[in-house]
Write a protein that binds this ligand. Structure first.
Ligand code: ADP
Length: 402
């Protein structure tokens, strides 16, 4: 006997009937039948049979009834567990009979299909089609559909060979988003690496012919090879840092950001003066933060490097370190070219540049602020940027005191 009754005569089609329907267990029907038979037998047949035989039979029926009752109890328990499991699942689950009518649907299905609160969800056409195909081909089928602002992937799995189909619906919006970010990143990184690699190759080829035809031009092309290989190394080094930071920072050190900022800025003095930019540090004595000295140095370096690169000769860069209500704040302010308001929300994205040519010219990789953002997030902090075009920029990182 089939363990589940199918749906009563509601509207046809899986989409029309996707809601929880009562399931009638086969055991319950058998149990009712045995109880009736035993009762009738006890009254009427006792008259025709010997009392001994009758007693034995009634006893056997009672035992069967007891066993079935306990089996029913355990199957009801099993069903309750199943309901809890299916109800707690993030994936939508829908069981359809061979006619495409709903036998069972869990709560997540209604949520995913945008019909919470007991309303009947409508199954998108492509998912309905996938379920039907799985039913008549007997092979698992899947489909992806856009439902509102989400992407859903439905896998239709034939159950047994009576044409029933189990449809499992999953929200794949986030997975697709991450996939697209990953693909964009690989495309961007390849492009960034390809450009200097192509320049190096072209310069090397030119040198080969210039040695005989135009020896005076050789140093110029050699310089170009040097410049492009520095750029290549920088991109690879930033990519490696970024990939390391994506798996977190090692937060086992106590780091004094005032000391670290003074240290890092000392290293930049020469670069600053060769760009004719004044670099100054205003650091209060601050409490330590828990984190990675290496990564925090990377943060300061990237901010100071940007500030110098995007500030014209005669400009100023100031690095300030202070602490307030349980946080250490490090800010890097410049009097540089500034960032247009519309670009501000995107500057922390990998490879995002306001002015590609300027970034490249000054040796940028487009990864500096993405690195900064990762370091700050790994340290449970926040980072923000304020800027006015033509006036200057301030990037501030705020990290919790250890
Ligand atoms: P890049 O290596 O190109 O500097 P970043 O990730 O460090 O890449 O910064 C992203 C973009 O944000 C830069 O290309 C630049 O357009 C802008 N930017 C970052 N810092 C500054 C700054 N201090 N002043 C002006 N623009 C900046």
């Amino acid at each position: 006997m089939n363990a589940r009754t199918t749906f009563d005569g509601r509207k046809d089609g899986p989409g029309a009937a996707a809601r929880r329907l009562p399931l009638v267990d086969a055991n319950a029907l058998v149990l009712a039948g045995v109880a009736l038979v035993a009762g009738a037998f006890g009254a009427a047949a006792a008259r025709r049979m010997g009392t001994e035989r009758m007693r034995g039979l009634t006893e056997a029926a009672r035992r069967a009834e007891g066993e079935l009752r306990s089996r029913d109890r355990s199957s009801a328990e099993g069903r309750r567990v199943q309901d809890v499991i299916l109800g707690a699942m993030q994936d939508g689950v829908l069981l359809l009979d061979r006619e495409g009518r709903t036998v069972f649907a869990n709560a997540s299905l209604a949520r995913l299909l945008g019909a919470p609160g007991g309303r009947d969800p409508v199954l998108p056409v492509d998912l309905e089609r996938a379920a039907r195909r799985a039913g008549y081909t007997g092979a698992e089928t899947s489909a992806e559909v856009e439902a509102g602002r989400r992407w859903l992937r439905g896998s239709a799995i034939p159950v047994g060979d009576d044409g029933s189909v189990l449809l499992v619906v999953r929200d794949v919006t986030e997975a697709l988003r991450l996939d697209s970010i990953r693909r964009d990143f690989v495309a961007n990184a390849s492009h960034e690496l390809k450009t200097p690699a192509a320049s190096i190759r072209a310069a090397a080829e030119t040198i080969r012919s210039a040695i005989e035809e135009d020896p005076a031009a050789v140093p110029r092309f050699a310089e170009s090879i040097e410049r492009e290989s520095v750029r290549l190394t920088r991109i690879v080094s930033d990519l490696l840092d970024l990939s390391r930071l994506e798996s977190g920072s090692d937060l086992h050190e106590l780091v004094r950001l005032d000391v670290l900022a003074l240290d890092e800025c000392r290293r930049f003095q020469e670069t600053a003066s060769s760009s004719r930019v004044e670099l100054e540090v205003k650091a209060q004595e601050v409490p330590a933060v828990r984190g990675s000295a290496r990564d925090l140095a990377l943060l300061v370096r990237n901010l100071v490097d940007n500030a110098i690169r995007y500030t014209k000769a005669g400009g100023r860069v100031e690095v300030s370190v202070s602490s307030d209500d349980g946080h250490v704040r490090i800010g890097v302010t410049d009097t540089g070219i500034g960032i247009p308001t519309r670009d501000l929300p995107r500057v922390f994205e990998r490879f995002y540049r306001v002015d590609r040519a300027r970034s490249r010219e000054t040796g940028g990789t487009g990864l500096g602020l993405a690195i900064v953002k990762h370091v700050v997030e790994n340290h449970d902090g926040e980072v923000s940027v304020q800027s006015e075009l033509g006036q200057g920029t301030t990037v501030t990182a705020r990290l919790p005191v250890a």
